[in-house]
Design a protein around this ligand. Structure first.
Ligand SMILES: [Fe+2]
Length: 247
């Protein structure tokens, strides 16, 4: 069995037995896939360890692609290994980060994964903790309820893929003849994002995903990021707290 859900942001209540009764009878061979903003690798502290141990104790394997709310500095410290045809980072024995630009085969179906997104909730700026006036800037931002983030503490430039990740993605899609069963991302292609409205602006990643939308055949494209549950045209499925079974 494979289930998918949207952003968890370090809050995993949806996986309790009460909220997810379908988990009864599942084994570590079964997977639940989080479409980015996993948030379980956040500050490397006690809460992270507790959450990750709790996820490891679940009866299924937890898979996630990256979102824009992941501590990329910490995530990059985990070694990369091969798993079911693509690259993963093993955060716990059964909690795996599915790297960007990979194609996996799970239960006879192929999955193209491309995590990442732009933080749209930092419109008032990104603070540099090394700046001499950091403390006063922080105070000002908090006082004005500003929408800001702090570099390497709550924001990472690597929330968007680098050129080598786009190249790897193109190579892997080429290898499978531009045909997969599922595409799993955090943000949507530019044209789909535009349909959703709101404050989201196109960027290099949404434009790349637009290229994938044009060049690759897929049955369903599951994504998160926009905090809503919606079925769109052409197989696009926006997930937030909803859990859907993939068949
Ligand atoms: Fe997000």
């Amino acid at each position: 069995m494979i289930y998918a859900t949207g952003d968890t942001h370090g809050e995993f209540n949806r996986f309790t037995k009460a909220n997810f009764p379908e988990r009864v009878g599942m084994t570590k061979e079964d997977c639940v896939l989080i479409c980015g903003d996993f948030g379980g690798v956040w500050d490397g502290g006690k809460q992270d360890r507790w959450n990750l141990d709790w996820l490891e104790d679940l009866p299924f394997t937890v898979l996630f692609v990256s979102g824009n709310h992941e501590n990329i500095d910490l995530l990059e410290q985990y070694p990369v290994e091969e798993w079911r045809g693509g690259k993963v980072q093993r955060i716990r024995p059964h909690v795996l980060h599915l790297c960007r630009g990979q194609v996996f085969e799970l239960e006879g179906r192929t999955f193209f994964t491309m995590g990442g997104a732009s933080s749209h909730d930092a419109t008032d700026g990104i603070l540099e903790p090394d700046a001499p006036d950091y403390r006063s800037q922080l105070k000002w931002m908090r006082w004005h309820n500003a929408r800001f983030r702090v570099n390497h503490i709550s924001w990472w430039a690597r929330e968007l893929p680098g050129p080598e990740e786009y190249e790897e993605a193109r190579r892997n899609l080429e290898r499978v003849g531009h045909r997969v069963n599922f595409v799993i991302t955090h943000c949507a292609p530019t044209s789909v994002q535009n349909l959703l409205g709101g404050e989201y602006v196109p960027d290099a990643l949404t434009d790349f995903l637009e290229e994938v939308r044009r060049t690759t055949r897929f049955d369903h494209w599951l994504f998160g990021h926009y905090h809503d549950n919606r079925n769109l045209d052409d197989g696009f499925v926006l997930l937030w707290e909803q859990m859907v079974r993939i068949r």
